[in-house]
Write a protein that binds this ligand. Structure first.
Ligand code: SAM
Length: 250
């Protein structure tokens, strides 16, 4: 893991987008922002380390410049949970600039803690070159990122919202397909996994007969180069079987 840069992002420019996007909070797609009360170490991670590793929104129009080194390509993960998949992809692909999004504070702390590893001090700790964390609604970035800037999108075990009256909260929506299509580079890939039967049917239905993506993989066996996540493990323990898809931009 390469760790070079210190203090990579400008705190002064952050926050303005949250206010500007308050309308998104009315149709929020996620549940809680926080689970267990945060321990002191977690509070320090959020206060002292997160602002330095946060994706700098002022660079959203030039996202390749948000990293310590120039990435060969950019990948985007939506709802990283505890960050297992993000961490593995970031470690396995040092040439990629990895932008990873999550709003759940306990999950954000898990990823930050794994990234910080043996370093003791959150204020002086080195910031990795090639991963940036977005701790707000991923839809803000999706709306602002330039056309064809992202090479892969990952949406793994999204909140299923199984009740029909909550269907609008599911991330996969017909009206979201052109937005993801816009930011993906030609032939870019969108990885989706879900263990929820309602969501599985929903993905199949939403992704058939649309002009934006073609299905190039649908399997119940996770591909080897596709790191596992906590929700995948929870699904197997509960006797549920995930489906893994790859959709390619048309
Ligand atoms: C069911 S969890 C799955 C976590 C992880 N991907 C896994 O497989 O273990 C879904 C996560 O997506 C996050 N999430 C949902 N909508 C989001 C959004 N619009 N922006 C960022 N994160 C979001 C939630 O906070 C939640 O932690």
């Amino acid at each position: 893991m390469s760790m070079i840069q210190k203090g990579s992002c400008d705190k002064s420019a952050q926050g303005s987008f949250s206010t500007a996007n308050s309308s998104l909070s009315k149709d929020r797609l996620y549940g809680r922002h926080r689970g267990h009360p945060l321990r002191d170490r977690q509070k320090r991670l959020l206060a002292d380390y997160l602002p330095r590793i946060k994706f700098p929104i002022e660079r959203v129009q030039n996202p390749f410049t948000a990293f310590g080194k120039k990435p060969q390509a950019l990948w985007l993960e939506i709802g990283f949970g505890g960050g297992e998949h993000s961490l593995a992809q970031y470690q396995n692909h040092p040439e990629i600039g990895y932008i990873t999004c999550e709003v759940f504070e306990n999950g954000i702390c898990s990823l930050l803690s794994s990234l910080l590893k043996e370093e003791k001090n959150e204020i002086d700790a080195l910031v990795p070159d090639m991963i940036r964390v977005w701790n707000e609604d991923a839809r803000i970035l999706i709306r602002e990122l330039p056309k064809e800037s992202i090479n892969k999108i990952f949406l793994l075990f999204p909140d299923p919202w199984p009740k029909a009256r909550h269907a609008k909260r599911r991330f996969v929506q017909p009206e979201r397909l052109p937005l993801l299509h816009r930011i993906l580079s030609p032939k870019g890939h969108w990885h989706i996994a879900s263990d929820d039967p309602t969501y599985q049917e929903w993905v199949k239905k939403t992704m058939e007969n649309q002009p934006y993506f073609k299905n190039i993989l649908q399997t119940d066996k996770r591909p080897k180069n596709w790191p596992s996540t906590r929700y995948e493990q929870k699904a197997y323990k509960a006797g549920r079987y995930p489906i893994f898809w790859i959709f390619e931009k048309l």
